[in-house]
Design a protein around this ligand. Structure first.
Ligand code: PNW
Length: 507
């Protein structure tokens, strides 16, 4: 081949490569990009009207040594009063949906339906109507970790009574808000939540129960989810015609040794599969490897039962298939390696797999969040393979930024993760319908208080108005939503957009 033919061939290869590549970066028709928040993290108005005390009100007031800056959500972003301003900000960016959660005790001050707060309900009706009339679809999460405080004294989610209590709360919200809502999520991140609240102490109520605390908590959360799903199916779906599901925090696992795919598979089962397998797998129930390894460890401890509770066939059937979509929250990935087990010794960390970070992955201002864009594509392919390619709604993805509004690290993060998602969709056939940035606003980041800033919009927590200032990323996001395709960012162009954006919002 002469040099000219070679160069011709090369340029046509690059040319066709580039056009295929750029097609990969298109968002399909109907794809929705939105943002998310949760009630305790943004609402404030902790004792407005007849609102009851939630576990987070109690935890931040009575145990604030667990909160890094000793702060609380009493006022937070004050979205209880400022939701109209926030809706205008979302509309200006062009966001298509807003995921928020309901505060259980704002709607049911006693936790039970024997007292329903009309003011509480009205707040959510007004918020939903404001979103809808501005063309933004509400995605409503029923429970994002802030249950009534007194339920703690009954053991919180380790008590099976919570299943019924949650189901009754869900029935009220379907009845009262369902005519206005098309997308429901029952529970946010059962596995993370149980590990931190029952198994650990970084989330309220901080029970720190080793032994079996997280397993019991998740067992009851899955039952509660399934009960709510079936209530919706049987009593409301025919007239309200919405979709209902659950959201899982799943990471991707990269094997340290390329051929150790078994380590990656087992790590996936112990992380994502623990809550997802009972709902999304063909046979339901916990992953077989979890059941087997926890049982063996329990036997070695001399226990006559497994620390992982068992589902009866009744519950296996009720839980299996109880979600219309796979809700995914994804932030980061891990490296994994199998730890050899000697006969007669327990499986290392129950799973037999060591999980760690790759020190070459870039850090972010949040210590658990290393930036690994290819992990999002990885976990989407994991979910496709494990559960037969269900429709996936990404309901949280994002990163914290450094103080100020020049959030280049957020733009770079979102660009990389969205690109990885689009390749998984457009090249590998993953069925993703929805992408949601965590978060719209800087907010109360649980045990990290106000020290970490996940907002597209900066909030001044020292000012009584909780002044909102859009960050640079909003200009970039606005542009990609308008174009319907992912575009790389360019600093100069961005600052121009950013000024134009602020002129529109009057900031
Ligand atoms: C999310 N991980 O949880 C929560 O749903 C949000 O309420 C919270 O504000 C957000 O994280 C940011 O902190 C996760 O380790 C926490 O992969 C950690 C992980 C995933 C989700």
């Amino acid at each position: 081949m002469d040099i000219l033919t070679f160069l011709g061939l090369l340029s046509s290869l690059i040319g066709s490569g580039a056009s295929v590549q750029s097609d990969y970066l298109k968002f399909p028709q109907g794809f929705s990009i939105g943002t998310a928040s949760s009630s305790y993290q943004v609402e404030g108005a902790w004792n407005a009207s007849d609102k009851g005390v939630s576990v987070w009100d109690w935890f931040t007031h009575e145990k604030n040594e667990f909160i890094i800056d000793g702060s609380n959500g009493d006022v937070a972003c004050d979205t209880y009063h400022k939701y109209k301003e926030d809706v205008q900000i979302m509309k200006n960016i062009g966001l298509k949906h807003y995921r928020f959660s309901l505060s259980w005790t704002r709607i049911l001050p006693n936790g039970f339906p024997n007292k329903i707060s009309q003011d509480g309900l009205q707040y959510y009706k007004d918020l939903i109507d404001e979103l809808r009339s501005n063309g933004i679809e509400p995605f409503v999460t029923i429970y994002h970790w802030d249950h009534p405080e007194f339920m703690n004294r009954f053991g919180s989610w380790t008590n099976a009574l919570m299943v019924k209590w949650f189901a009754e709360y869900a029935r009220v919200v379907f009845r009262e808000l369902g005519p206005r809502v098309k997308f429901w999520t029952t529970i946010n991140e059962p596995n993370n939540y149980c590990e931190q609240s029952s198994g650990g102490k970084s989330q309220a109520p901080g029970m720190d129960l080793a032994f079996s605390g997280s397993y019991l908590c998740l067992h009851n959360l899955l039952k509660a989810h399934a009960r709510a799903y079936h209530i919706y199916n049987e009593e409301f779906r025919a007239t309200q015609n919405g979709k209902i599901g659950i959201v899982m925090p799943c990471r991707h696992n990269f094997p340290k040794y390329e051929n150790d795919t078994e380590a990656a598979r087992i790590a996936f089962e112990f992380d994502c599969g623990w809550a997802a397998n009972p709902i999304f797998s063909k046979n339901g129930d916990y992953p077989a490897v979890m059941k087997q390894r926890i049982k063996e460890n329990s036997q070695l401890e001399g226990l006559p039962f497994s620390r992982l509770p068992e589902f009866s066939p009744y519950w296996i059937n009720l839980i299996r298939g109880s979600s219309d979509y796979f809700g995914l929250n994804h932030y980061t990935s891990k490296m994994v390696e199998s730890v050899p087990r000697k006969r007669g010794t327990p499986w290392y960390q129950e799973s037999g797999v060591r999980v760690f970070v790759n020190e070459s992955w870039p850090e972010s201002p949040t210590n658990w969040l290393r930036v690994v864009p290819e992990g999002l594509g990885g976990v989407l392919r994991d979910v496709k393979e494990a559960y037969g390619n269900p429709p996936v709604y990404i309901l949280e993805n994002g990163v914290s930024s450094y103080p100020g509004v020049a959030d280049y690290n957020r733009i770079e993060f979102l660009y990389g993760y969205m690109k990885s998602m689009l390749l998984a969709m457009n090249r590998d056939g993953c069925n993703v319908k929805v992408y949601t940035v965590w978060s719209l606003l800087d907010n109360f980041e649980w045990d990290r208080g106000y020290t970490e800033r996940f907002g597209l919009i900066e909030v001044d927590f020292t000012h009584p108005n909780r002044t909102r200032t859009p960050r640079l990323s909003t200009g970039w996001l606005k542009k990609i939503i308008a174009k319907g395709r992912l575009i790389a960012f360019n600093n100069t162009e961005l600052s121009v957009n950013y000024r134009a954006f602020n002129m529109c919002t009057g900031n």
